[in-house]
Design a binder for this molecule. Structure first.
Ligand code: DX5
Ligand code: ZN
Length: 235
């Protein structure tokens, strides 16, 4: 099986003072979607982008918007981003009292729905909801704390991804597995081998400092190819 690996650069890692230019550059190098982190400073202590910025950005590009809501108020943020016009919304299981209702709300609006899980959250929360989800977003670091340059991927990343991939395979579903947090050039082959199908690209891949976006993209493409190769060898 040669599944497409979806590339989703995390826009909070781009030049926030020149967002329009940053997005045009991404369009030019060829990526699949913009990963937009919406953090409310209550879920975790960070607030990179506001709703109005996302709205203004919507008018500047036709790229897919893949929104990752990290909030204790999912209802409000989901309504806001639905009104902007986005292609995919993931929200956190840990802050949703009515996850099933929110997934239905997103899908009713013709938008892909994803459930995001913190590193320590068990996959058992997916037992009943999995068939309704277009993607599961697995956080490989604690969400919202990416500003701490020393933070590393949790050691159980690959195990969690492959457990989820088994679950999806056994239930004959087509759910994407998005991985987010220190998805580095070095770790991408293992993450793809474990079953990741959608990569959120940040400070350790597309935005490695001191190198051009083109250089990073080239290295990224070869890292993804290595991952696919690793997969085809082990099948
Ligand atoms: C985590 C965010 C990520 C973040 C990842 O708080 O959801 O999208 O930007 O950045 P890196 O890849 O640099 O850890
Ligand atoms: Zn994210």
């Amino acid at each position: 099986m040669n599944k497409k690996i979806i590339t989703s650069p995390s826009i909070m890692c781009a030049d926030l003072l020149n967002l329009e230019t940053s997005v045009k550059e991404l369009e030019n190098i060829g990526i699949d979607a913009l990963h937009i982190d919406v953090i409310d400073a209550s879920f975790s202590p960070s607030m990179p982008l506001g709703i109005d910025t996302i709205k203004r950005l919507r008018a500047k590009t036709t790229l897919d918007f893949d929104v990752h809501i990290m909030s204790t108020n999912n209802d409000w943020f989901i309504e806001q981003v639905l009104a902007i016009g986005v292609q995919q919304i993931s929200f956190h299981y840990e802050t949703s009292l009515h996850a099933d209702r929110l997934v239905n709300l997103i899908k009713r609006n013709g938008v892909r729905a994803g459930l995001a899980l913190n590193p320590a959250t068990s996959l058992s929360c997916l037992d009943y909801l999995l068939p309704q989800l277009d993607q599961v977003l697995l956080m490989l670091i604690n969400p919202g704390f990416a500003g701490d340059a020393g933070e590393k991927q949790v050691f159980y990343s690959e195990k969690k991804i492959s457990d989820l991939a088994d679950l999806i395979r056994r239930r004959k579903l087509a759910t994407e597995i998005q991985v987010d947090g220190r998805v580095s050039l070095e770790s991408i082959p293992q993450l793809i081998h474990a079953g990741a199908t959608n990569l959120v690209l940040g400070s350790t891949s597309l935005y490695i400092p001191g190198r051009s976006l083109q250089e990073n993209k080239k290295a990224l493409d070869s890292s993804i190819e290595n991952g696919k190769l690793k997969m085809s060898v082990s099948i």
